[in-house]
Design a protein around this ligand. Structure first.
Ligand code: ADP
Length: 167
């Protein structure tokens, strides 16, 4: 990696990855040289998909979309320390609505204290995905609803088979 290459981190649980996430990752990929999509390992939280499954889905969709400058990795411990180890200068997050703001602002300020070299940048959501979240996908799928407008097409079958009730 050359010195002037700018690496950004897109962190998230991606349980599962949605078109809203993908929009942020691909836009960040156009701004920065290298993107690391970082999935925190949090043993205390219950997820629908394992860390490995979520990482595999992220890799598959980035490959399908032709986003070449992306790596997918897991993060154990603090994101601020992970960023330092990877030489990343920026954390890129998507902002949907005011409800995202307070939490994201708190995280950004905490990360800045822990790693003063690390900036947080917010990309505003694409208006089409403003209401979209992984938990909404889980809720709709759990009731047998159509999630094809919310998740990448190449992952639809895999996501449905985990989240949709048996017919
Ligand atoms: P979710 O809220 O969907 O469970 P994550 O915790 O995986 O998402 O979020 C990872 C990042 O992606 C966060 O910065 C979040 O704000 C952003 N994000 C999630 N969904 C969207 C969306 N529809 N539009 C823009 N950003 C989004």
């Amino acid at each position: 990696m050359t010195q002037h290459m700018k690496t950004a981190i897109c962190p998230g649980s991606f349980d599962p990855v949605t078109l809203g996430h993908l929009d942020i990752i691909s836009r960040a990929g156009k701004i920065f040289d290298r993107i690391i999509v970082a999935v925190p390992v949090n043993p205390d939280k219950r997820y629908s998909f394992s860390v490995e499954e979520r990482m595999d889905m992220l890799r598959a969709v980035c490959a399908a979309e032709g986003i070449g400058n992306v790596e997918v990795d897991r993060v154990e411990g603090l994101l601020a320390d992970y960023a330092r180890r990877k030489g990343a200068v920026v954390v890129v997050k998507g902002l949907r609505a005011l409800t995202d703001f307070e939490y994201e602002f708190q995280q950004a300020l905490t990360n800045k204290k822990l790693n003063p070299q690390l900036e947080t940048m917010f990309l505003s959501t694409n208006a089409e995905y403003m209401f979209l979240s992984s938990s909404m996908v889980k809720q709709v799928a759990g009731f047998g609803g159509d999630i094809s407008h919310f998740v990448p097409e190449c992952l639809l079958a895999q996501i449905q088979s985990r989240l949709c009730p048996p017919a």
